[in-house]
Design a protein around this ligand. Structure first.
Ligand SMILES: *Cc1c(COP(=O)(O)O)cnc(C)c1O
Length: 390
């Protein structure tokens, strides 16, 4: 079956007692067993039946199974945020004395987790330029527990050569971990590019209607003991498993993701071209432009679309604030890939807690506005942006 069919039709773990065609929300914390022996088997992982909803829940399993069927992964674990996905992966792979090699260009909280939080536990963060093979090769060594990168960085919109990163990581036996939030995993095959573990903030494309926060860990089974340690150690002991209501909402989001993404990515391409004609915009940064330096790699690696995120640069920080204040249709909000078009000034918000020097090192500029393009009519989005610039 094709992915658009799998996203809708993959079966429930058990037929529902009433034959419900939408996965019911199993709002229960525990499960009753027929006898003590079966109970012991469930608790010790000898049979695959839910025992306690911090560890597993039928509604969440159904969501995980859909993602598994769509990606071909060996296991998928759903957790309560994108950051929980990232931190659970890091806590599973890392230990004191190990290091994580990553980029200077990372989602703000991920950068803070790797560089600040993990430092308290004796894990070193080596932030390098992932476009430079020499720098990556020099940074990776026998103590590297992960080479971590984002497939399309935000707000810089930089694209690394995934095959090169995989080669360098695997030469040292280090797992390649990719945050693939920026392009839906239904659009490309991360594992074929050499990725061992994928993390996704399902808050974004999958949730769609800005309904819920969630995260996914997609494990291709290529890292020794990872699945066992994640499920039986990190997940149980840190307790960040997804709740059934969130899984229900996100399963619905997954069902119409293909249709939304087709419209959203086409809207973004059309809007980017139109914005280039406006003199108040100094630069439109969008990897879907053929003259964008990352375009060829983007098309080759991620299936030919360029997502629904772009940035525009205005004359000054004040011009960015004035622009945001005049928007009427486009929402002043964070989040990405919502059904509604959103605008944000990353330097003063997401990256606001960092010092100007740190922002400079991360190439986060005071003059940049990030746009996440929604499902509205593209002329209406354009008209709102042009009136706000005048
Ligand atoms: C939003 C985001 C995250 C964090 O996800 P949450 O669901 O907000 O915890 C991580 N990485 C990227 C690339 C994101 O866009």
């Amino acid at each position: 079956m094709k992915k658009s069919t799998i996203a809708i039709q993959s079966p429930f773990p058990h037929r529902d007692a009433y034959g419900a065609i939408a996965m019911p929300v199993y709002h229960t914390d525990a499960y009753e067993f027929d006898n003590a022996a079966v109970m012991a088997d469930a608790f010790c992982g000898r049979i695959n039946e839910p025992d306690y909803s911090r560890i597993t829940n039928p509604t969440v399993i159904h969501f995980e199974n859909r993602v598994k069927a769509l990606t071909g992964a060996r296991d998928v674990v759903a957790v309560n945020s994108g950051m929980a996905a990232i931190s659970n992966v890091v806590l599973t792979l890392a230990s004191a004395g190990k290091n994580i090699v990553t980029s200077r260009h990372l989602f703000g909280n991920t950068f803070a987790l790797l560089s600040r939080t993990m430092a308290r536990f004796g894990v070193e963060c080596r932030a390098v330029d992932l476009l430079d093979e020499k720098q990556v090769t020099e940074a990776v060594d026998a103590d590297t527990c992960a080479l971590f990168f984002e497939i399309l960085t935000n707000p810089q919109l930089e694209v690394a050569d995934v095959a090169m990163l995989a080669r360098v990581a695997h030469a040292c036996g280090a797992p390649l971990v990719a945050d693939t939030t920026a392009i839906p995993f239904t659009e490309f095959d991360a594992h074929a590019l050499g990725v061992d573990i994928e993390v996704v903030s399902s808050t974004k494309y999958i949730s769609g209607g800005a309904t819920t926060i969630g995260g996914l860990i997609i494990d291709y089974g290529t890292v020794k003991n990872f699945d066992e340690r994640l499920r039986r150690d990190t997940l149980m002991n840190f307790g960040a498993y997804m709740t059934p209501h969130v899984a229900y909402m996100q399963t619905l989001g997954l069902e119409n993701l293909a249709a939304r993404y087709a419209l959203q990515s086409a809207n973004t391409a059309a809007l980017a071209r139109k914005l280039r004609t406006l003199p108040q915009i100094k630069e439109v940064n969008y990897t879907g432009f053929e003259d964008n330096p990352y375009n060829k790699l983007m098309v080759k690696q991620y299936g030919g679309t360029a997502g629904a995120m772009m940035t525009i640069d205005l004359e000054s920080e004040q011009a960015c604030y004035d622009f945001l204040n005049k928007l009427q249709l486009v929402k002043r909000a964070t989040n990405l890939f919502d059904n509604k078009t959103l605008a944000i000034h990353p330097a003063s918000t997401i990256f606001g807690p960092f010092t100007p020097e740190q922002r400079k090192a991360m190439d986060v500029k005071d003059t940049t506005i990030r746009l996440s393009v929604g499902l509205e009519d593209v002329d209406d989005i354009f008209n709102d942006i042009s009136q706000a610039l005048n």
